[in-house]
Design a protein around this ligand. Structure first.
Ligand code: GTP
Ligand code: MG
Length: 203
């Protein structure tokens, strides 16, 4: 069994937040607490150790009390840069990522990903869920919720250094377990409007 102590949790908060007008998305308040802190508090009981991947306002993120690491590449190369930071810095055999903008993700997220990864002898495991609680639609991969074997570091370094940016292009190179979840807990906030709406709905 993959125990929580073998997993490092990474909160991805390194994006540009362009759809929020360029604000630092992880620091936006949600029910009075910064979004990234919500994600961190939800993740902590599910893993052995945690870190935050952020590229701006590092002191604010450091005040959450866990290590904060910026991307190695300074060009905002996308969420894969956060995967890279996690795999480089983690000292555990597994790393799990969550984005900073989905504060109500499930309490059993990591356990279910770990179970599937092991059962399917996969190299990574990923959430599959409809996009939003408002307009669920068909389930689709949510690749920023991803459990990875730390041995994938070498493959990811090669992919990113060759200019690769798309998560699904990279994950397609590896055995990936898909784990189905309900839509509502995965409703994320890309705009300030969505953030306010998310705040008023109970999931
Ligand atoms: N480290 C890192 N993380 C990123 C980068 N771009 C996006 N992310 C993270 O990936 C997750 C999903 O990204 P988005 O929802 O598109 O967030 P965003 O890129 O800040 O927002 P937009 O600029 O509006 O697309 C979020 O948790 C982001 O913080 C990046 O260049 N580097
Ligand atoms: Mg983006």
């Amino acid at each position: 069994m993959i125990g929580a102590e073998h997993i490092t949790g990474v909160v991805l908060a390194g994006g540009r937040g362009s759809r929020m007008g360029g604000v630092d998305k992880g620091l936006q308040p949600y029910r009075g607490i910064p979004l990234a802190l919500h994600a961190l508090m939800r993740l902590q009981p599910q893993v052995g150790t945690t870190m935050i991947n952020a590229n701006r306002n590092l002191a604010a993120y450091e005040s959450f009390g866990v290590p904060v690491w910026p991307d190695t590449d300074p060009d905002f190369a996308g969420p894969l840069s956060g995967f890279l930071v996690g795999l480089e810095r983690a000292e555990t055999p597994f790393v799990v990522t969550v984005p900073c903008d989905t504060p109500d993700f499930p309490d059993d997220l990591v356990a279910r990903l770990a179970h599937a990864l092991e059962a399917e002898d996969a190299e990574l495991a990923m959430v599959r869920a409809p996009d939003s609680a408002d307009a669920p639609g068909a389930p689709r991969p949510q690749p920023v919720f991803c459990l990875l074997r730390s041995t994938l570091l070498e493959s990811l370094v090669r992919f990113v250094h060759a200019g690769g940016r798309k998560i699904d292009r990279w994950t397609a190179q590896h055995r990936c377990a898909m784990v189905d979840f309900d839509a509502a807990p995965f409703f994320n906030a890309n705009t300030l409007d969505e953030l306010r709406r998310l705040e008023t709905q109970r999931v």
